[in-house]
Design a protein around this ligand. Structure first.
Ligand code: HEM
Length: 313
């Protein structure tokens, strides 16, 4: 790492007499200092980011939270945990005695306890651990984008009231109002719902636990948008309604047509949601800790099947 920056630096110096502003910027960025982390072999742009490499090693380890980096139940839960209506302050962890009693938080006990233990072990805030594990969980699912990660949130000082989180039986009107109150647009919501591309339901219909939301629950792909648009869709009432509502259907269809668009817009919407209620000026950027994405191999068989059902729509 050090050698690489040195060679950039020297080549910049040689060009400085002949090149103008561009060279200057080049030198400035090439000489940006990195610090060597004490507990691991990484370097970081900010020493405060070092701890997140330790946490990454912990959760991605074979017996860690994500059990070797698997896109499975814990990854789904960590991401679902991220959707809760407490802004980004981690109140569900700090006030778990109260908030785990809310219906909308059903099934989140285990992930909340795991994330609390991690935050306490490494001395980071509950809001930060939630953002981080959600970003790593998305990255662990093939096709999932790299979501920016900014740290430095203070812990919550009060519990979030009940009934702030949209539920599967809510109408599009109720959900869009709730989302607007939180500072998000209908397009933001459609983009965030790409998260339903991974995961399964346990509680909406307890008779069929483990039912996925689309044909490919362990990859982050556009099948979710296609499936919900299909007339044969057997999905949550809320997703079904939003796929057809005049305020959201165009964007829904747009995202269903492009994996890169879906992935990029999801990352941007997650970044926006992560800053809700936070003072962005005190946060520092540790996005570099999130590992590189795992590319998605097109599943042509299921794609063709879905396209046929969508054409009937
Ligand atoms: C309109 C807003 C939303 C509604 C009504 C909604 C509703 C639900 C429901 C009912 C489930 C199934 C829970 C179960 O049966 O165990 C679920 C799962 C899930 N939700 Fe949402 N959700 C919404 C928004 C979000 C957002 C914004 C995210 C992420 C940023 C998200 C991520 C997830 C994930 C990953 C799962 C799968 C969890 C698992 O497999 O264990 N949801 N959602």
């Amino acid at each position: 790492m050090l050698n690489a920056s040195h060679s950039f630096f020297f080549s910049g110096i040689m060009k400085i007499s002949t090149l103008s502003t561009l060279t200057f910027v080049y030198i400035t960025s090439a000489t940006a200092k990195r610090v060597a982390c004490l507990n691991n072999s990484h370097t970081a742009s900010d020493a405060k980011c070092c701890v997140w490499y330790d946490i990454l090693n912990d959760i991605q380890a074979k017996n860690g939270l994500f059990d070797g980096g698997i896109c499975g139940d814990d990854a789904y839960d960590a991401l679902r945990r991220r959707s809760k209506g407490d802004g980004a302050d981690g109140s569900l962890i700090k006030y778990s005695d109260t908030e785990l009693g809310y219906d909308a938080n059903g099934g989140l006990d285990a992930i909340v306890m795991d994330e609390k233990a991690l935050a306490d072990k490494y001395g980071v805030s509950y809001g930060d651990i939630i953002q981080f594990t959600a970003a790593v969980s998305v990255r662990n699912c093939p096709g999932g984008p790299r979501i920016p990660f900014k740290a430095g949130r203070p812990n919550a000082t009060r519990a979030t009231p009940d009934h702030t989180v949209p539920e599967a039986f809510h109408s599009a009107d109720t959900i869009l109002k709730r989302v607007r109150d939180a500072g998000l647009t209908p397009n933001d919501l459609v983009e965030l719902l790409a998260s339903h591309s991974i995961g399964v339901q346990e509680r909406v219909d307890p008779d069929i636990p483990g039912t996925p939301f689309d044909l490919t629950p362990d990859v982050f792909d556009t099948n979710f948008y296609h499936d919900t648009l299909s007339p044969l869709a057997s999905t949550r009432k809320s997703d079904y309604a939003l796929a057809r509502d005049p305020r959201t259907t165009l964007h829904w269809r747009l995202l269903s047509a492009s994996q890169p668009l879906m992935a990029n817009r999801f990352a941007a919407a997650m970044d926006k949601m992560a800053l809700l209620g936070q003072n962005a000026k005190i946060l520092y950027d540790c996005s570099e800790v999130i590992p590189a994405v795992i590319s998605l191999k097109p599943d042509l068989k299921s794609r063709a099947k879905l396209d046929r059902s969508c054409h009937k729509f």
